[in-house]
Design a binder for this molecule. Sequence first.
Ligand code: FE2
Length: 262
Amino acid sequence: MIDIHCHPLPEQDDGAGTFEEALAMCRMAGEDGITHLVATPHCNYQFRFEPEECRRKIVQLQAAVGERPQLLLGCDFHLSIENLQRVTADHRQYTINGTSYLLVEFDEHFLPDPMENILYDLQVAGLTPIITHPERNGMFRRKPDLLLRWVLRGCLVQVTAQSYLGKFGIESLRSTEAWLENNLVHFFASDAHDTRRRPPLLSQCYQKLATERGEEIADLLMKKNPQAVIEGKPLPPGPPPVEPKPKRSWYAFLQRWIGSGR
Ligand SMILES: [Fe+2]
């Protein structure tokens, strides 16, 4: 398996606090069957992203880890106007392994109005936005058609493995299941920050996915699609997205009942 979203670099953001913890995270990932781990430090108002410094830390960490997992660099890119200017000026500093794939993180409670234009601008700049963990974002959960719209326009979707295991609450789990049903998920990643609360583990998620949706889908979302991303290739063909079914509510039922003239 390949993990395209993780925070193992020591003293870089709110992920690994020390070199020892970083090493423990990498070893845990390797033992879980992760062959490639993309270190994606935050790039937001709180944490400054320094690609050169990150590369230096990756070399040190890789030397201590050994061959597996292979460490690569990306960034957990917070979508703000300042960041947008930076990425369009030199996107290879921010994308996953210097490819055209960019992890894009949205604010948890609010999506700026011109968001569709911003995503379009990223695509015009030659980038493929990967929307990170929408299942943990109330805005996406409340507007089920939003994700479909963006996927139809070429955005990709990464869900947190722990969300599918119910560790981010029932709402994140339900959204994950619904979006899987509608073929709106392209990747699962750990978004790991440590070895205990948010560990770099994917195997349990893979097993659940293989049991519930079949081994072919598990391979696609956790091996083949992320492989294409780190190699900078187009994703292999997958099932096409379908429109989410409208939620059944008492209000809708009442409207139909009144409409039927009873
Ligand atoms: Fe993250």
